[in-house]
Ligand binder design. Structure first.
Ligand code: AHM
Ligand code: MG
Length: 347
């Protein structure tokens, strides 16, 4: 007879979500069900991302999304998969996706309270799909405001400080599911041999100060002088503060964010001439990651205000963002506050 020694306890994503729920005696399990479904969809997307080079799912569809950007087939697949799973979950009243013009209201189901709405970027970093570079999913969960019947737009136009949970999945050298309900940030690595996300990064805390800066420097000519001054600061030699910092920019926000969360660093996508609100979307990208970074002890601002306090006016609103280690974000703010021109850039 073969005896296998169990070396240590493995906590799966599903098990962890349940444990977290038990800590709140008043919890009804609806949020837990929603999070578990996100984990299930992540496994399906992971499967297809991994075989993207083998099947005809790879490549552009030729269509443009609502921003005029080319849509890759996997984006569409991921969008359909998450929306399908959310609709069938029964706890979700509706979803807004970066891939759809408008929000979707799910038909009400008997016996379900449909307390939540979800904002999702199903596959972020789409320009990296074809070239085997990390991509990700970002999601945020809110309690709906309207009661009963179909969702209304104001259910989705809530500031990030109202998020009840947020997370991301990174399809990288390994696949990870990282989420928070506002207490702690926990990361789970996918073990394909057992088909489970297993707790690998409990209670993630972002270092107060890091040594990485992430920005697309090729847009230097479009940034405000204050932004370029900060970038220059990152490159200066100064032993005491560990400068020059390392420049790391994947072009997939989830990947850049994840690395900086673990190692410490700052990611910035500033306002640019002609793009006064930058590129990244408040609801689908910036709010969920800001909720995560703050829970992990970091900071996120648009240059003036806390990202989580911004009240969205439209679903696809964009915002400049400075996100990461607290001291580094504060330093960037010092540069921005020193110059008035940031207020008028792009106008
Ligand atoms: P997407 O939603 O179309 O994938 O675009 C978002 C991505 C982010 O993941 C990334 O940080 C950024 O776009 C990179 O943009 P740029 O190529 O302008 O630096
Ligand atoms: Mg995106």
């Amino acid at each position: 007879m073969i005896h296998h020694t169990i070396k240590h306890k493995v906590t799966t994503l599903g098990g962890f979500i349940l444990e977290e729920q038990r800590a709140y005696p008043w919890a009804t399990g609806e949020l837990s069900g929603l999070l578990r479904d996100m984990g299930f969809s992540a496994k399906i997307i992971n499967r297809d991302v991994n075989k993207a080079g083998l099947v005809d799912i790879l490549g552009a569809t030729g269509d443009n999304n609502i921003y005029g950007e080319e849509v890759k087939k996997l984006d569409i697949f991921a969008n359909k998969q998450f929306l399908y799973s959310l609709q069938n979950n029964g706890e979700c009243a509706g979803a807004a996706s970066e891939e759809n013009d408008d929000f979707i209201s799910f038909p009400s189901q008997p016996k379900s309270s449909q307390k939540y709405v979800v904002c999702i970027d199903p596959l972020d970093g789409s320009s990296n799909i074809d070239v085997n570079v990390s991509i990700g999913t970002i999601f945020g969960i809110y309690q709906r405001i309207s009661r009963g019947g179909p969702c209304v737009e104001s259910d989705f136009l809530q500031p990030g400080n109202k998020l009840v949970a947020a997370g991301y999945i990174i399809y990288g050298s390994s696949t990870m599911f990282v989420y928070t309900t506002g207490q702690s940030v926990n990361g789970f690595t996918y073990d394909p041999t057992i088909g489970e996300f297993c707790l690998s990064h409990p209670d993630i805390k972002i270092p107060r100060q890091g040594t990485i800066y992430s920005v697309n420097e090729s847009y230097k000519y479009k940034y405000a002088q204050a932004v370029n001054d900060f970038i220059e600061y990152c490159k200066q030699i100064d032993k005491e503060t560990g400068r020059p910092y390392s420049s790391r920019y994947v072009g997939s926000m989830v990947a850049d964010f994840h690395r900086n969360l673990i190692k410490g660093g700052i990611f910035l996508y500033p306002a640019m001439k002609g793009h006064p609100h930058g590129k990244l979307r408040l609801l689908f990208e910036c709010n969920p990651l800001s909720f995560i970074v703050e829970t992990a002890g970091g900071k996120a601002t648009n240059g003036k205000e806390r990202i989580l306090d911004l009240v969205p006016e439209k679903l696809h609103q964009r915002t400049p963002i400075y996100i990461g280690s607290e001291d580094m974000v504060n330093k960037a703010m010092e540069f921005l506050n020193a110059k008035e021109e940031i207020a008028t850039i792009g106008t």
